[in-house]
Design a protein around this ligand. Structure first.
Ligand code: GTP
Ligand code: NA
Ligand code: MG
Length: 294
């Protein structure tokens, strides 16, 4: 990217933490809607993505992650597209196995953590205990001279949400996030689904460059030509810019969360690259199966 013009971009924030510690509720409170209530069984099945506009005019892109242990691979991928991790810890439950797992994912990916001690409205809340637990696990909290910010919040009463937003904006400012706007796009899938009418749909976060309608793309081992790009409110847009989640329509098959989006210059190249990747996946699968037999 030498010589490319870099422009400031919003932060991509992933909310992680133990199951039921309030990740989705916290995001709901932040965006003032109620997705958690609509989720079947209350377990987040997909990485949701949306943009919150702050009163200051700054915006932050948020990704939700499911708390169920079976989704740990998806959480690992989430960390790779993320600038900042919000580690949600319920003030009553305290640090749990998936809190530590999320912490480890963030640390391995070298992503800074902002701790949100949630459910502080509860009588049984003990935020001091959570601080001590996190300190014991090696997290260098700011109250103890470290640089990890901690905020006490309640998704239920909305206590401390302004402090959380401030903490995230401060962290983003320290990181001085920039991206190349022009040129070929690099993007990652955070969620994919099959829509009856529209076919395979991929929600992607653009890392650099701009995605444009009509481009041929390879996404993981699938390929397609971008037929439409929509923002998270379902509005058609002609392009996807850095840190903005967009929904891409026009793929021939369903990609997976974590897949990369590569722009190529012709249908032929798209087919070739996709076929090559499919063959490699098949080879890896066979290799793994034969190793398991040994
Ligand atoms: P998974 O995605 O399933 O891991 O859960 P999650 O971390 O997204 O938690 P979710 O938002 O589904 O909340 C779990 C439960 O905690 C729900 O019953 C929420 O109503 C409740 N809850 C979340 N935040 C708060 C809070 O701040 N205070 C109280 N009292 N309850 C909360
Ligand atoms: Na839940
Ligand atoms: Mg959830």
């Amino acid at each position: 990217d030498e010589g490319a013009v870099l422009q400031p971009r919003p932060a991509v924030v992933t909310v992680m933490g133990h199951v039921d510690h309030g990740k989705t509720s916290l995001l709901d409170a932040l965006r003032q809607t109620s997705v958690a209530a609509k989720e079947a069984g209350g377990i987040t099945q997909h990485l949701g993505a949306f943009v919150v506009e702050m009163p200051s005019g700054a915006s932050i892109t948020f990704l939700d992650t499911p708390g169920h242990a079976a989704f740990s691979a998806m959480r690992a991928r989430g960390a790779a597209v993320t600038d900042i991790v919000v580690l949600v810890v319920a003030a009553d439950d305290g640090v749990m196995p998936q809190t530590l797992e999320a912490m480890a994912h963030a640390q391995v990916a070298n992503v800074p953590i902002v701790v949100a001690i949630n459910k502080c409205d509860k009588l049984s809340a003990d935020p001091e205990r959570v601080r001590i637990q996190l300190g014991t696990e090696g997290l260098l909290l700011e109250d103890l001279g470290g640089d990890v910010q901690v905020v006490q919040v309640s998704a239920k009463t909305k206590l401390g949400l302004d402090k959380l937003e401030e903490a995230l904006l401060l962290q983003a400012e320290i990181m001085d996030l920039k991206a190349r706007i022009d040129g070929p796009s690099q993007a990652y899938v955070v969620e994919a689904r099959l829509d009856r009418g529209r076919g395979p749909l991929a929600t992607a976060i653009v890392k650099s460059g701009t995605l444009v309608c009509g481009q041929y793309i390879v996404v993981g081992s699938e390929w397609g030509r971008i037929r439409s790009i929509r923002d998270m409110l379902g509005r058609a847009t002609s392009s996807g810019k850095p840190a903005m989640p967009v929904e891409i329509e026009g793929l021939k098959g369903l990609p997976m969360a974590g897949d990369d989006v590569v722009v190529v210059d012709s249908e032929e190249r798209a087919r070739m690259l996709s076929n090559g990747r499919k063959k490699k996946l098949e080879k890896d699968r066979l290799l793994k199966a034969s190793e398991e037999r040994i």
